[in-house]
Design a protein. Structure first.
Ligand SMILES: Cc1ncc(COP(=O)(O)O)c(C=O)c1O
Length: 387
Protein backbone atom coordinates (compact mmCIF):
# COMPACT_ATOMS: atom_id res chain seq x y z
CA UNK A 1 0.00 0.00 0.00
CA UNK A 2 1.45 3.38 -0.89
CA UNK A 3 0.81 6.27 1.48
CA UNK A 4 1.64 9.92 1.07
CA UNK A 5 4.86 11.33 2.50
CA UNK A 6 2.78 13.88 4.37
CA UNK A 7 0.55 11.30 6.05
CA UNK A 8 3.53 9.18 7.02
CA UNK A 9 5.16 12.18 8.65
CA UNK A 10 2.21 12.65 11.05
CA UNK A 11 2.14 11.07 14.46
CA UNK A 12 -0.90 9.57 16.15
CA UNK A 13 -2.43 12.01 18.65
CA UNK A 14 -0.65 11.04 21.89
CA UNK A 15 -3.54 12.10 24.09
CA UNK A 16 -6.20 10.27 22.06
CA UNK A 17 -3.97 7.18 22.12
CA UNK A 18 -3.69 7.38 25.92
CA UNK A 19 -7.47 7.66 26.25
CA UNK A 20 -7.76 4.45 24.24
CA UNK A 21 -5.13 2.70 26.40
CA UNK A 22 -6.90 3.76 29.62
CA UNK A 23 -10.27 2.60 28.27
CA UNK A 24 -8.80 -0.74 27.20
CA UNK A 25 -7.16 -1.38 30.59
CA UNK A 26 -10.35 -0.42 32.41
CA UNK A 27 -12.30 -2.72 30.10
CA UNK A 28 -10.01 -5.53 31.21
CA UNK A 29 -10.89 -4.72 34.82
CA UNK A 30 -7.66 -2.92 35.84
CA UNK A 31 -8.27 -0.13 38.41
CA UNK A 32 -6.64 2.52 36.23
CA UNK A 33 -6.61 6.18 37.28
CA UNK A 34 -6.70 8.48 34.27
CA UNK A 35 -4.73 11.68 34.89
CA UNK A 36 -4.24 12.10 31.16
CA UNK A 37 -7.70 13.35 30.20
CA UNK A 38 -8.61 16.57 28.45
CA UNK A 39 -12.28 17.14 29.13
CA UNK A 40 -14.33 18.30 32.11
CA UNK A 41 -16.60 15.73 33.69
CA UNK A 42 -19.45 18.22 34.27
CA UNK A 43 -22.70 18.07 32.30
CA UNK A 44 -23.64 19.98 29.15
CA UNK A 45 -25.74 23.10 30.01
CA UNK A 46 -29.48 22.21 29.95
CA UNK A 47 -30.26 24.98 27.43
CA UNK A 48 -27.84 23.40 24.94
CA UNK A 49 -29.42 19.98 25.36
CA UNK A 50 -32.89 21.46 24.85
CA UNK A 51 -31.89 23.35 21.69
CA UNK A 52 -30.22 20.28 20.18
CA UNK A 53 -33.14 18.01 21.06
CA UNK A 54 -35.74 20.41 19.67
CA UNK A 55 -33.88 20.73 16.41
CA UNK A 56 -33.51 16.96 16.03
CA UNK A 57 -37.17 16.42 16.90
CA UNK A 58 -38.24 18.95 14.26
CA UNK A 59 -36.90 16.51 11.69
CA UNK A 60 -35.45 19.44 9.74
CA UNK A 61 -31.72 18.97 10.13
CA UNK A 62 -30.12 20.41 7.00
CA UNK A 63 -26.93 21.85 5.63
CA UNK A 64 -26.14 25.36 6.80
CA UNK A 65 -23.89 27.99 5.21
CA UNK A 66 -20.29 26.69 5.40
CA UNK A 67 -19.29 29.36 7.91
CA UNK A 68 -22.28 28.66 10.18
CA UNK A 69 -25.87 29.72 10.78
CA UNK A 70 -26.88 33.31 11.45
CA UNK A 71 -27.80 32.18 14.96
CA UNK A 72 -24.36 30.76 15.86
CA UNK A 73 -22.58 33.72 14.28
CA UNK A 74 -24.71 36.16 16.26
CA UNK A 75 -23.93 34.18 19.40
CA UNK A 76 -20.17 34.35 18.68
CA UNK A 77 -20.40 38.07 17.94
CA UNK A 78 -22.16 38.48 21.29
CA UNK A 79 -19.50 36.30 23.02
CA UNK A 80 -16.68 38.40 21.56
CA UNK A 81 -18.36 41.59 22.78
CA UNK A 82 -18.96 40.21 26.25
CA UNK A 83 -15.67 38.39 26.94
CA UNK A 84 -13.22 40.36 24.78
CA UNK A 85 -14.91 43.73 24.92
CA UNK A 86 -14.55 43.86 21.14
CA UNK A 87 -17.08 44.55 18.44
CA UNK A 88 -17.11 42.30 15.37
CA UNK A 89 -19.73 41.45 12.75
CA UNK A 90 -21.00 38.17 11.32
CA UNK A 91 -18.53 38.60 8.45
CA UNK A 92 -15.68 38.19 10.97
CA UNK A 93 -16.90 34.89 12.33
CA UNK A 94 -16.59 31.29 11.16
CA UNK A 95 -18.02 28.37 13.13
CA UNK A 96 -16.22 25.04 12.69
CA UNK A 97 -16.14 21.46 13.95
CA UNK A 98 -14.18 22.37 17.08
CA UNK A 99 -11.40 24.83 17.77
CA UNK A 100 -9.14 22.28 16.13
CA UNK A 101 -10.94 22.55 12.79
CA UNK A 102 -11.03 26.34 13.06
CA UNK A 103 -7.27 26.43 13.57
CA UNK A 104 -6.68 23.95 10.74
CA UNK A 105 -8.82 26.04 8.36
CA UNK A 106 -6.81 29.08 9.34
CA UNK A 107 -3.43 27.39 8.74
CA UNK A 108 -4.63 26.13 5.36
CA UNK A 109 -5.82 29.62 4.51
CA UNK A 110 -2.55 31.41 5.33
CA UNK A 111 0.36 29.02 4.72
CA UNK A 112 2.23 28.35 1.51
CA UNK A 113 4.57 25.34 1.48
CA UNK A 114 7.63 26.13 3.60
CA UNK A 115 6.07 29.07 5.44
CA UNK A 116 7.01 29.21 9.10
CA UNK A 117 4.87 29.21 12.22
CA UNK A 118 6.39 30.07 15.60
CA UNK A 119 5.17 27.88 18.47
CA UNK A 120 6.31 28.25 22.09
CA UNK A 121 7.24 25.11 24.04
CA UNK A 122 5.53 23.45 25.80
CA UNK A 123 2.83 23.31 23.12
CA UNK A 124 -0.46 21.52 22.59
CA UNK A 125 0.37 18.21 20.93
CA UNK A 126 -1.49 18.90 17.69
CA UNK A 127 0.14 22.17 16.59
CA UNK A 128 3.24 20.77 14.83
CA UNK A 129 1.21 18.13 12.99
CA UNK A 130 -1.41 20.67 11.98
CA UNK A 131 1.27 23.01 10.64
CA UNK A 132 2.79 20.05 8.75
CA UNK A 133 -0.64 19.17 7.30
CA UNK A 134 -0.80 22.69 5.91
CA UNK A 135 2.73 22.16 4.48
CA UNK A 136 4.25 24.67 6.88
CA UNK A 137 7.32 24.42 9.10
CA UNK A 138 7.17 24.88 12.88
CA UNK A 139 9.82 26.95 14.63
CA UNK A 140 9.86 26.26 18.36
CA UNK A 141 10.68 28.76 21.10
CA UNK A 142 12.05 27.60 24.43
CA UNK A 143 10.38 29.23 27.44
CA UNK A 144 11.84 30.85 30.52
CA UNK A 145 12.49 27.68 32.55
CA UNK A 146 11.08 29.22 35.75
CA UNK A 147 7.75 30.45 34.40
CA UNK A 148 7.41 28.29 31.26
CA UNK A 149 6.39 31.51 29.50
CA UNK A 150 8.16 32.41 26.23
CA UNK A 151 10.29 35.57 26.13
CA UNK A 152 9.44 38.11 23.46
CA UNK A 153 13.12 38.50 22.52
CA UNK A 154 13.37 34.78 21.78
CA UNK A 155 10.24 34.93 19.62
CA UNK A 156 11.52 37.98 17.77
CA UNK A 157 14.84 36.26 17.09
CA UNK A 158 13.00 33.51 15.20
CA UNK A 159 11.07 35.81 12.87
CA UNK A 160 12.18 35.53 9.24
CA UNK A 161 10.61 36.66 6.00
CA UNK A 162 8.92 33.24 5.85
CA UNK A 163 7.19 33.71 9.22
CA UNK A 164 3.45 33.75 8.65
CA UNK A 165 2.06 33.14 12.13
CA UNK A 166 2.69 32.79 15.84
CA UNK A 167 0.46 30.46 17.86
CA UNK A 168 -0.23 31.40 21.48
CA UNK A 169 -2.21 29.24 23.87
CA UNK A 170 -3.00 30.75 27.27
CA UNK A 171 -4.10 29.33 29.68
CA UNK A 172 -1.71 26.78 28.35
CA UNK A 173 -2.09 23.11 27.65
CA UNK A 174 -0.01 21.42 29.11
CA UNK A 175 1.33 23.84 31.76
CA UNK A 176 -1.82 25.61 32.95
CA UNK A 177 0.29 28.78 32.76
CA UNK A 178 -1.39 32.09 31.99
CA UNK A 179 0.76 34.38 29.87
CA UNK A 180 1.33 37.84 31.30
CA UNK A 181 -0.48 40.85 29.87
CA UNK A 182 2.96 42.35 29.00
CA UNK A 183 3.79 39.35 26.83
CA UNK A 184 0.43 39.47 25.07
CA UNK A 185 0.89 43.19 24.43
CA UNK A 186 4.42 42.65 23.09
CA UNK A 187 3.39 39.83 20.76
CA UNK A 188 0.42 41.80 19.39
CA UNK A 189 2.80 44.71 18.67
CA UNK A 190 5.37 42.40 17.07
CA UNK A 191 2.76 40.77 14.82
CA UNK A 192 1.32 44.10 13.74
CA UNK A 193 4.77 45.56 13.00
CA UNK A 194 5.98 42.53 11.05
CA UNK A 195 2.68 41.63 9.32
CA UNK A 196 2.44 38.24 11.03
CA UNK A 197 -0.81 36.55 12.02
CA UNK A 198 -1.28 35.99 15.74
CA UNK A 199 -3.35 32.85 16.27
CA UNK A 200 -4.64 32.88 19.82
CA UNK A 201 -5.93 29.51 20.92
CA UNK A 202 -8.21 30.70 23.71
CA UNK A 203 -10.04 27.44 24.34
CA UNK A 204 -9.35 27.72 28.12
CA UNK A 205 -9.72 31.49 28.46
CA UNK A 206 -12.59 31.38 30.95
CA UNK A 207 -11.16 28.62 33.10
CA UNK A 208 -9.05 30.91 35.28
CA UNK A 209 -8.13 30.66 38.97
CA UNK A 210 -7.27 32.87 41.92
CA UNK A 211 -9.44 35.77 40.76
CA UNK A 212 -7.69 36.17 37.40
CA UNK A 213 -9.71 37.79 34.61
CA UNK A 214 -9.28 37.04 30.90
CA UNK A 215 -6.93 39.47 29.10
CA UNK A 216 -8.37 40.71 25.81
CA UNK A 217 -5.68 40.72 23.12
CA UNK A 218 -7.68 43.37 21.25
CA UNK A 219 -6.93 45.87 24.00
CA UNK A 220 -3.38 46.11 22.62
CA UNK A 221 -4.24 46.07 18.93
CA UNK A 222 -3.77 49.13 16.79
CA UNK A 223 -4.85 47.44 13.57
CA UNK A 224 -8.54 46.68 13.31
CA UNK A 225 -11.06 45.59 10.70
CA UNK A 226 -9.43 44.33 7.51
CA UNK A 227 -6.02 45.30 8.89
CA UNK A 228 -6.29 43.05 11.94
CA UNK A 229 -3.62 40.38 12.30
CA UNK A 230 -5.34 38.70 15.24
CA UNK A 231 -7.22 35.42 14.85
CA UNK A 232 -9.00 34.29 18.00
CA UNK A 233 -9.77 30.58 18.12
CA UNK A 234 -12.26 29.38 20.68
CA UNK A 235 -15.10 26.93 21.22
CA UNK A 236 -17.56 25.30 23.57
CA UNK A 237 -15.57 22.12 24.30
CA UNK A 238 -13.95 23.07 27.57
CA UNK A 239 -15.86 25.94 29.21
CA UNK A 240 -19.25 24.37 28.54
CA UNK A 241 -18.08 20.75 28.79
CA UNK A 242 -19.33 20.14 25.23
CA UNK A 243 -16.35 18.29 23.73
CA UNK A 244 -18.52 15.79 21.86
CA UNK A 245 -20.52 18.47 20.07
CA UNK A 246 -17.40 19.47 18.14
CA UNK A 247 -18.14 23.16 17.85
CA UNK A 248 -15.53 25.88 17.78
CA UNK A 249 -14.91 29.10 15.90
CA UNK A 250 -12.49 31.66 14.59
CA UNK A 251 -12.83 35.44 14.76
CA UNK A 252 -10.69 37.24 12.17
CA UNK A 253 -10.51 39.95 9.52
CA UNK A 254 -13.32 39.70 6.95
CA UNK A 255 -11.18 38.63 3.97
CA UNK A 256 -9.43 35.92 5.99
CA UNK A 257 -12.75 34.68 7.38
CA UNK A 258 -14.04 34.34 3.82
CA UNK A 259 -11.02 32.30 2.72
CA UNK A 260 -11.13 30.08 5.84
CA UNK A 261 -14.82 29.47 5.16
CA UNK A 262 -14.06 28.52 1.53
CA UNK A 263 -11.50 26.00 2.80
CA UNK A 264 -14.06 24.61 5.22
CA UNK A 265 -16.79 24.47 2.56
CA UNK A 266 -14.70 22.03 0.54
CA UNK A 267 -13.65 19.94 3.51
CA UNK A 268 -16.73 19.50 5.70
CA UNK A 269 -19.43 21.83 4.27
CA UNK A 270 -19.55 23.33 7.76
CA UNK A 271 -20.09 22.13 11.33
CA UNK A 272 -23.06 20.02 12.42
CA UNK A 273 -26.35 21.89 12.38
CA UNK A 274 -27.36 20.32 15.70
CA UNK A 275 -24.10 21.34 17.36
CA UNK A 276 -24.45 24.91 16.11
CA UNK A 277 -27.89 25.15 17.73
CA UNK A 278 -26.61 23.65 20.99
CA UNK A 279 -23.54 25.92 21.11
CA UNK A 280 -25.59 29.06 20.40
CA UNK A 281 -27.88 28.14 23.30
CA UNK A 282 -24.91 27.53 25.62
CA UNK A 283 -23.37 30.90 24.74
CA UNK A 284 -26.67 32.75 25.14
CA UNK A 285 -27.78 30.86 28.25
CA UNK A 286 -27.01 31.05 31.95
CA UNK A 287 -23.21 31.21 32.38
CA UNK A 288 -23.28 29.87 35.94
CA UNK A 289 -22.00 26.45 34.89
CA UNK A 290 -18.76 27.98 33.53
CA UNK A 291 -17.99 29.75 36.80
CA UNK A 292 -18.93 26.64 38.75
CA UNK A 293 -16.59 24.57 36.58
CA UNK A 294 -13.73 27.02 37.08
CA UNK A 295 -14.20 27.04 40.88
CA UNK A 296 -14.41 23.23 40.96
CA UNK A 297 -11.20 22.97 38.94
CA UNK A 298 -9.44 25.43 41.21
CA UNK A 299 -10.27 23.22 44.21
CA UNK A 300 -9.01 20.12 42.37
CA UNK A 301 -5.81 21.93 41.41
CA UNK A 302 -5.16 22.80 45.05
CA UNK A 303 -5.78 19.23 46.14
CA UNK A 304 -3.52 17.77 43.46
CA UNK A 305 -0.68 20.14 44.36
CA UNK A 306 -1.19 19.38 48.03
CA UNK A 307 -0.99 15.61 47.44
CA UNK A 308 2.12 15.94 45.25
CA UNK A 309 3.75 18.50 47.52
CA UNK A 310 5.49 16.05 49.77
CA UNK A 311 7.36 14.33 46.95
CA UNK A 312 10.97 15.55 47.20
CA UNK A 313 12.51 16.38 43.83
CA UNK A 314 9.22 17.19 42.07
CA UNK A 315 8.99 20.76 40.78
CA UNK A 316 5.73 22.24 39.57
CA UNK A 317 4.35 25.73 38.89
CA UNK A 318 0.90 26.48 40.22
CA UNK A 319 -1.44 26.49 37.21
CA UNK A 320 -3.34 29.75 36.77
CA UNK A 321 -5.99 28.21 34.52
CA UNK A 322 -7.10 25.27 32.32
CA UNK A 323 -6.94 21.87 34.05
CA UNK A 324 -3.41 20.64 33.74
CA UNK A 325 -0.22 20.86 35.71
CA UNK A 326 3.14 20.16 34.17
CA UNK A 327 5.37 18.48 36.73
CA UNK A 328 9.13 18.56 36.31
CA UNK A 329 10.24 15.05 37.27
CA UNK A 330 13.79 15.14 35.98
CA UNK A 331 14.96 14.25 39.48
CA UNK A 332 13.40 10.80 38.89
CA UNK A 333 13.84 10.22 35.17
CA UNK A 334 14.69 12.61 32.38
CA UNK A 335 12.95 10.35 29.83
CA UNK A 336 9.27 11.26 30.18
CA UNK A 337 7.99 8.40 28.03
CA UNK A 338 9.85 5.86 30.13
CA UNK A 339 8.57 7.49 33.32
CA UNK A 340 4.94 7.55 32.09
CA UNK A 341 5.22 3.87 31.11
CA UNK A 342 6.67 3.08 34.55
CA UNK A 343 3.79 4.86 36.32
CA UNK A 344 1.23 3.08 34.19
CA UNK A 345 2.86 -0.26 34.87
CA UNK A 346 3.67 0.15 38.55
CA UNK A 347 0.86 2.45 39.75
CA UNK A 348 -1.81 2.06 37.04
CA UNK A 349 -1.87 5.84 36.58
CA UNK A 350 -2.14 7.37 33.11
CA UNK A 351 -0.10 10.57 32.62
CA UNK A 352 1.07 12.28 29.42
CA UNK A 353 4.84 12.46 28.76
CA UNK A 354 6.25 15.95 28.38
CA UNK A 355 8.00 14.71 25.22
CA UNK A 356 4.63 14.98 23.43
CA UNK A 357 4.45 18.69 24.30
CA UNK A 358 8.02 19.37 23.26
CA UNK A 359 9.50 19.40 26.78
CA UNK A 360 11.27 16.35 28.08
CA UNK A 361 11.55 15.52 31.78
CA UNK A 362 7.99 16.58 32.55
CA UNK A 363 4.64 14.83 32.88
CA UNK A 364 1.27 16.44 32.30
CA UNK A 365 -1.23 15.62 35.02
CA UNK A 366 -4.87 16.54 34.40
CA UNK A 367 -7.16 17.58 37.20
CA UNK A 368 -10.43 17.61 35.27
CA UNK A 369 -11.61 14.23 36.56
CA UNK A 370 -13.23 13.11 39.80
CA UNK A 371 -11.64 14.47 42.98
CA UNK A 372 -11.19 11.00 44.49
CA UNK A 373 -9.35 9.85 41.36
CA UNK A 374 -7.07 12.89 41.46
CA UNK A 375 -6.20 12.26 45.09
CA UNK A 376 -5.71 8.53 44.58
CA UNK A 377 -3.69 9.09 41.39
CA UNK A 378 -1.36 11.60 43.09
CA UNK A 379 -0.90 9.29 46.08
CA UNK A 380 -0.06 6.37 43.81
CA UNK A 381 2.51 8.49 41.92
CA UNK A 382 4.04 9.57 45.22
CA UNK A 383 4.28 5.99 46.48
CA UNK A 384 5.69 4.71 43.17
CA UNK A 385 8.40 7.37 43.12
CA UNK A 386 9.32 7.24 46.79
CA UNK A 387 12.32 4.93 47.25
C1 LIG B 1 -5.00 23.98 23.47
C2 LIG B 1 -6.14 23.28 22.83
N1 LIG B 1 -6.67 23.78 21.71
C3 LIG B 1 -7.70 23.17 21.09
C4 LIG B 1 -8.25 22.01 21.60
C5 LIG B 1 -9.37 21.35 20.84
O1 LIG B 1 -10.57 21.98 21.05
P1 LIG B 1 -11.87 21.47 20.28
O2 LIG B 1 -12.44 20.34 21.07
O3 LIG B 1 -12.78 22.67 20.28
O4 LIG B 1 -11.46 21.07 18.91
C6 LIG B 1 -7.73 21.44 22.76
C7 LIG B 1 -8.25 20.17 23.27
O5 LIG B 1 -7.65 19.48 24.07
C8 LIG B 1 -6.66 22.10 23.40
O6 LIG B 1 -6.13 21.63 24.53
Amino acid sequence: MSLSLLARQLSESATLKLNATAAQLRGEGAPVIHLGGGEPESKVPPGAIKAATELVQSGEVRYTPASGTREIKDAIVHYTGRYYDYEVGRENVMAAAGAKQALMNCLLAILDPGDEVIVPRPYWVSYPDMVALARGVTRFVLPDPRTLEPRIGDIEALVTDRTKAIIFNSPNNPSGGVYSAELVRAVVELCEERGIYLLLDDIYHRLLFDGRLPVSCYRYARKHGDESRIVVINGVSKSYAMTGFRLGWAVAAKHLTKIMSNVQGHMTSGPSTVSQAAAAAAIRGDQGSVDELARGLEGRRDRLLHELGSLPGLEVNKPGGAFYCFADLRAFDSDSRRLAAFLLDKALVVTVPGFEFGMEGHLRLSFCGKLEDIVEGAQRIRRALTP
